[in-house]
Ligand binder design. Sequence first.
Ligand code: CTP
Length: 402
Amino acid sequence: MLKGKHIILGISGGIAAYKSVYLLRLFIKAGAEVQVVITPNGKEFITPVTLSALSGKPVISEFFTANSGEWHSHVDLGLWADAMVIAPATASTIAKMANGVADNMLVTTYLSAKAPVFVCPAMDLDMMAHPSTQRNISLLRSYGNHIIDAATGELASHLTGKGRMQEPEEILRQVDETLERLSAETASLTGKRVMITAGPTHEPIDPVRFIGNSSSGKMGVALAREAARRGAEVTLIAGPLSVPAPEHPHIKMLNVTTAREMLDACTHSFPEADIAIMAAAVADYAPAQVADRKIKREENGIERIELVKNPDIAATLCAGKRPDQKVVGFALETDHEHEHAVAKLRRKGLDAIVLNSLRDKGAGFGTDTNKISMIFADGSEQFFPLKSKEEVAADILDAISK
Ligand code: CTP
């Protein structure tokens, strides 16, 4: 897989930089073309001469070559790359990457790179365990970067301690495997139209109050990004999100507020869709009447609000579903999870349902992670470990594309 691939190897200033020489050799042996970009501190640990001899290319460190004034274009480099691997990634480099502090060639190149980025942290235990570093690593992960660390078998965001850099053979293996998987996935939804609902709905009581819930919209947004990455044309029908809206040429956003508006947008889009994923946490009830001015405290108008049931969007779509369309729902449960999820799947007529148990730590609303199982119309069930919402999105799309 690495044969003929263009790899940027970013080296920052840590003791583990000596291992990068070996990593570079492994990439070259695997047939890759490697451009080394090193930070000014990196050069304190390893000499560019060794690196350029092994890679067969001058090592890039400064924005200009000092004597010739030649400008190194981080933009061209970013576009040239099929992958960027930052090893070692020190606490400082990780912090700069997470926050866009582009004061060296490595970080500017990272900011211009369109290819998958692999980050191999290396630092001492205390630095790694510090909340600042942990936060920066989880920011990098939320931007879609791949973290390769030495804490094997654990979710990397729950890293506790192990600060050493992963061994070069293992980095190579993970880069190779990930590129292989990504290229199989890219285009796996080409030509498909995917409709996704996300976030909560807000049901107004008066001009300033509403009934809602604490769904952030993270899961739906992650699904939209992942489906677009796989080549789908995505329509994202979103209630009021508390995360940034995804920006992608193949994601069309439709913003709605209430369940009624969401239903209208869905019934309008659904005939065009091959797959619909209902990740929104739709409010089950809405106030029967919406006051047209703010209800005053003295009026007692707010003590009892008469509610009416909202339409069930998923069930409505399933009732008019063609055989070539698939509808996937979500179930967030606190008890009798499996039973409730199966009942929901049947009642709504879904093809599959993604089950979250609120008893699982790290699952549900507002978190960056999720632990799911999927139940299919034929009664089969698939279980997944705790993962980032981005990885969960990939699992869900894998499962329903089968
Ligand atoms: N859903 C929907 N329209 C609604 C309510 C829910 O489309 N009015 C969808 C959600 O997007 C989700 C699935 O149905 O995919 C299950 O949502 P949930 O609120 O758990 O289901 P309910 O039918 O409301 O069941 P419960 O009694 O547990 O609230």
